[in-house]
Design a protein around this ligand. Structure first.
Ligand SMILES: [Cu+2]
Length: 610
């Protein structure tokens, strides 16, 4: 599709202009980075249990995508597995380009077995660590990898240049087939089995039992430098390392630390932060954190460790994944020093840590926080129940926003809109809960009147939105990491208890709040975010617009472009896979703007059919 490629290369210019003039050249620094992702099933063994898992190119975790800010990226995904597949490029803004975002049944239908789809996107105005993962069922348990965006050539980091860098992907491992685990949960109407291990770069580390492998870390394979099931990283005294840490776990917020070594946090979710030092980080599923570590301790072996944070009154998963930071020249026989992590339920640490996160807000990297708000949204997060005669208790657990549990459509919402298919969704998601109540008082278990529907909120282009996400005690309080597609947002405020619309906004940080794509709502508390809805979802094609389009349009003769009154779809959901599956999600339908570069690109020709 010529118009699409053209617009990708010349943001802001129409193809018609390009074709008429034919004089323009490619920007000097922009490169095209091509990747081939073969989704396939491979046998992988962890903790003495081998099982077939879905991988990309046979690798677990999957390959890292390396790009520079300004690059165009083409990832051709070919699906050889028996599951339908879609891949999300988590945190990439996909300006005007929802077709490349990836959530199944939201922006695209999945890639069926034997088929391919090329995700084609530009990396604009972002640099740092993001990641990619499957966005259908629970397949992201094994289908995930890092995205490293280097700054433009000649642009240094706004922090000391590290000697080397390393990707650290934190994850979860089940002994059994993860899709079966999920199905089992659906059948019971209850949470399915917790994972059997946490992992660091796909490896659980020596604290997990395994009959075939030594439990004692001193007893290490002579020739191989490290355990088969343990991630290790070699460092040299006096050098500085940049760790790109990603939480790819399905259901657990995690603490992460390295024994004896402090971290300097310098970036989260591909946004630079004011640097601060901490003994441990807290990272929710979906989030990334870049830290500097100095190899400034007595040369030795030090454990790195990841363990869940959970301060809700529900069962706690206490399994600790470990890896090893090993100084060069130190023998493997030396017992590593154990890492100290905050207690599993250390709410205080969580609150203090999140308070320290501030945008860098320098002249070069300003925090463009919306000071005025056009529309205020207030969404309550809760649990509910639906009758299920075949389930264990005769009920199935649901999760809700404003007491609505989201029902996944059979057709992708973006396609439904583009082709004007009726009855797929309603753009009438309420701005506030049906009835105010004491959200965080005693647990509420009476009839909740939970409804199930596919309802979206319609948002005016370029309007500024404030969304307060309020946790409730509907069945139980719990922490929820919320992820918004297509945008970064600013976390302007957070607190425990009920949000007070009169008092709390007075304490907002509107100067240097953290900017990110995923933010945790604290257990029994609230989080306020702000963003500008400047990323449209659906757009007119420039020439070959579909006959199926029935929207009214106006012609701008000069530029030969055609505009429709269309809207686009950006998913917002809890990044705990358990809660997402129960319906803790909705989407924003963002209208097109009036300018030629304020509407979505036409759909690619290879977009998977439903
Ligand atoms: Cu959640």
């Amino acid at each position: 599709m010529a118009s699409r490629n053209c617009s990708n290369f010349f943001p802001g210019l129409t193809c018609s202009l390009f074709l008429l003039l034919g004089l323009l050249s490619f920007p000097a620094e922009a490169a095209i980075k091509k990747y081939q992702f073969d989704v396939q099933v491979n046998n992988v063994s962890r903790l003495c249990h081998a099982k077939p898992i879905v991988t990309v190119n046979g690798r677990f975790p999957g390959p890292t995508i390396y790009v520079r800010e300004g690059d165009r990226v083409l990832v051709n995904v070919t699906n050889h597995a028996q599951y339908n597949m879609s891949i999300h490029w988590h945190g990439l803004k996909q300006y005007r380009n929802g077709w490349a975002d990836g959530p199944a049944y939201i922006t695209q239908c999945p890639i069926k077995t034997g088929n391919s789809y090329t995700y084609d996107f530009n990396v604009t105005g972002q640099r740092g660590t993001l990641w990619w993962h499957a966005h259908i069922f629970w397949l992201r348990a094994t289908v995930y990898g890092a995205i490293v965006i280097m700054p433009k050539p000649g642009t240094p980091f706004p922090f000391p240049q590290p000697n080397r860098e390393e990707v650290i992907l934190l994850g979860e491992w089940w002994h059994t087939d993860v899709e079966e685990v999920e199905k089992q949960g659906q059948k019971m109407g209850l949470p399915p089995n917790m994972s059997d291990a946490h992992t660091i770069n796909g490896k659980p580390g020596p604290l997990f039992p395994c009959s075939e492998k030594p439990l004692n870390p001193t007893y290490i394979i002579n020739s191989a430098p490290f355990y088969l099931d343990t991630f290790a990283m070699e460092v040299e005294s006096g050098k500085t390392y940049l760790l790109r840490i990603i939480n790819a776990a399905l259901n657990d917020e995690l603490f992460f630390a390295i024994a004896g070594h402090n971290f300097t946090v310098v970036e989260v979710d591909a946004v630079y932060t004011k640097p601060f030092t901490t003994e441990a980080i807290l990272i929710a599923p979906g989030q990334t954190t870049n830290v500097l570590v100095q190899a400034n301790q007595k040369p030795g072996r030090y454990f790195m460790a990841a363990r869940p944070f959970n301060d809700a009154p529900i069962p706690v998963d206490n399994k600790t994944a470990t890896g090893i930071l090993q100084y060069k020249g130190i023998p493997n026989s030396l017992l590593p020093t154990l890492a100290q992590l905050p207690a599993s339920n250390d709410s205080e640490f969580a609150l203090n840590y999140n308070k320290k996160l501030r945008s860098l807000n320098s002249p070069k990297f300003p925090a463009d926080v919306p000071q005025k708000v056009d529309r205020k949204l207030f969404y309550t997060i809760g649990f509910g129940k639906d009758s299920c005669p075949t389930c264990v208790n005769g009920t199935r657990l649901l999760a809700t926003l404003n007491n609505i549990s989201f029902v996944m459509p059979q057709t992708a919402l973006l396609q439904a809109h583009y082709f004007n298919l009726k009855g797929v969704f309603k753009a009438d998601f309420p701005d506030k809960p049906p009835k105010p109540f004491n959200y965080t008082g005693a647990p509420l278990t009476a009839s909740l009147g939970t409804s199930r529907a596919t309802r979206l909120s319609k948002i005016a282009f370029n309007s500024t939105i404030e969304l307060v996400l309020q946790d409730t005690n509907l069945l139980t309080v719990e922490s929820h990491p919320f992820h918004l597609h297509g945008y970064n947002f600013f976390v302007v405020g957070t607190g425990i208890g009920n949000f007070d619309p009169v008092k709390d906004p007075a304490n907002y940080n509107l100067v240097d709040p953290i900017e990110r794509n995923t933010a945790a709502v604290p257990t029994g508390g609230w989080t306020a975010i702000r963003f500008r809805a400047d990323n449209p979802g659906i757009h007119p094609s420039f020439f070959n617009f579909s006959d199926l389009h029935t929207h009214t349009h106006t012609k701008k003769k000069k530029k030969l472009t055609v505009y429709f009154d269309c809207i686009g779809v950006w998913f917002m959901h809890c990044h705990l896979e358990l809660h997402t599956g129960w319906g803790l999600k909705t989407a924003f339908a963002v209208e097109d703007g009036p300018g030629p570069d304020q509407s979505v690109l036409p759909p690619p020709t290879d977009l998977p059919p439903c």
